[in-house]
Design a protein around this ligand. Structure first.
Ligand code: PMT
Length: 401
């Protein structure tokens, strides 16, 4: 799914050892469908040639404030067209010039004409980052609305390790996607569960299931991109949790831990979406030592876990509660049955035995089991989990007061 289809993004590049990583940012933005224009400073051009940026972006670079193209001033035109500007990497020098309003580089002139979202990914030596002059400039830019991504702690060009390393390329691209996403969930607090739970039998064995966490993570990410503050209570995931602004992971292991984390976090949320595959049963006791094969096949007594969704449905009447239903047959009837029994506004049914649907695949085919008073329920076509998440969140929008 291309999240930036046809959107104009300017990438300002400052002179820094990390300038080469701007190439991957340009590629990442283009992979999302963005129309990218690179504006490297004179110092950046000493690290990476404009030729490379032009080849990667497919468009000429903005090299100086003195360019005129058929009577038009490119850096001014681009300032009006751009949906977002990202400065990556931003050196201490460029931060200072941005804060002071200098215009002696194409990117700096452009920024003075630009009124949209500005994302800054700094990279420099720790001492430079921590210097009061730099921190004052950062505070000035933050106060004007700039969003900072990083710098992170890691190995630096000097051979030292500390804060000052450029953020990961994916995190910079994700910040651009967030900046250009609609903000129809601004101010909403959301709790999402994702992934499997793990019920230990002994120190080395456990009962779990095939959930990867992809579906729940995609729903959480979509909500965060659209402005919500999202806590994801998740079991062990097979996918990384994206660093989407507004998204926070709360790792747990067992159904009991998930229940405790959800009940602790649910008090002040507007929406809860329970996509985790929670164990319905857990061993009554966990053997303190590895169960020995020589003792013969163990008899494991299982006891029911807390039904988190049902409990929330009983207690949180002001909450928009959404459940999932993993079914292998009779999906529509069972999803409706769960919606009514568990007090949900919506249940997302999925046939987990169908090819390309359910556990641990990148696609899903879901059934929106709606309250009949709110409209007819419907199947969506098979979609990527990212696309399914967009459709689920669009549906959720209609449920908000
Ligand atoms: O993680 P993926 O690999 O991407 O796969 C996605 C998925 C198939 C796991 C997901 O789409 C899904 O269907 N999640 C729900 C799985 C499930 O446990 O379904 P269920 O029908 O057993 O449970 C119904 C609902 O009750 C779910 O919202 C579940 O989170 C919740 N539940 C279940 C048991 C329990 N003890 N507490 C609960 O809250």
């Amino acid at each position: 799914m291309q999240r930036l289809q046809g959107m104009h993004v300017v990438v300002g590049v400052a002179g820094s050892i990390a300038a080469y990583r701007a190439c991957d940012v340009v590629r990442g933005l283009r992979a999302q469908g963005a129309l990218v224009r690179v504006a490297p400073t004179k110092n950046a051009q000493a690290f990476v040639t404009p030729l490379l940026f032009e080849a990667l972006s497919g468009r000429p670079c903005l090299l100086t404030s003195l360019d005129v193209d058929q009577g038009r001033i490119p850096h001014v035109e681009e300032a009006y067209q751009a949906g977002v500007v990202v400065v990556c990497p931003a050196s201490a020098d460029v931060l200072a010039k941005m804060a002071a309003g200098f215009a002696d580089e194409a990117i700096l002139s452009l920024l003075l004409s630009f009124r949209g979202p500005l994302i800054i990914a700094p990279a420099m030596e720790t001492q430079m980052w921590e210097h009061p002059a730099t921190q004052t400039n950062v505070a000035t830019l933050r106060a004007r609305g700039a969003v900072f991504i990083g710098p992170v702690v890691g190995p630096l060009a000097s051979g030292r390790t500390g804060q000052g390393r450029l953020a990961e390329v994916d995190d910079v691209v994700e910040a651009v996607v967030a900046a250009l996403s609609p903000k129809d969930f601004n101010g909403k607090r959301v709790l999402v569960t994702a992934g499997p739970t793990v019920e230990d039998l002994d120190p080395v064995r456990s009962l779990t299931n095939r959930s990867s966490g992809k579906m729940g993570v995609m729903v959480a990410r979509e909500l965060a991109l659209r402005g919500a503050l999202v806590d994801v209570v998740h079991g062990p995931l097979k996918v990384p949790l994206p660093n989407t602004p507004g998204l926070r992971g709360i790792p747990v292991r067992s159904a009991q831990e998930m229940a405790e984390a959800v009940f602790a976090g649910a008090a002040d949320v507007d929406i809860a979406i329970l996509a985790a595959a929670v164990a319905d049963f857990t061993p009554r006791t966990v053997a303190p030592q590895k169960i020995k094969k020589s003792s013969g096949p163990p008899v494991v007594e299982l006891v029911p876990t807390t039904d988190i969704l049902f409990t929330l449905g009983q207690s949180q009447r002001s909450l928009v509660l959404v459940g999932f239903a993993a079914e292998t047959e009779d999906v529509e009837r069972r999803a409706h049955d769960k919606r009514e029994r568990k007090g949900c506004a919506l249940v997302i049914g999925n046939d987990v035995s169908a090819a390309g649907s359910g556990f641990d695949v990148d696609t899903n085919r879901v059934f929106l089991a709606r309250d009949p008073l709110r409209g007819a329920s419907m199947w969506l076509p098979q979609l990527s989990k990212e696309e399914a998440a967009v459709a689920i969140v669009d549906e959720l929008r209609t449920l908000l007061p």
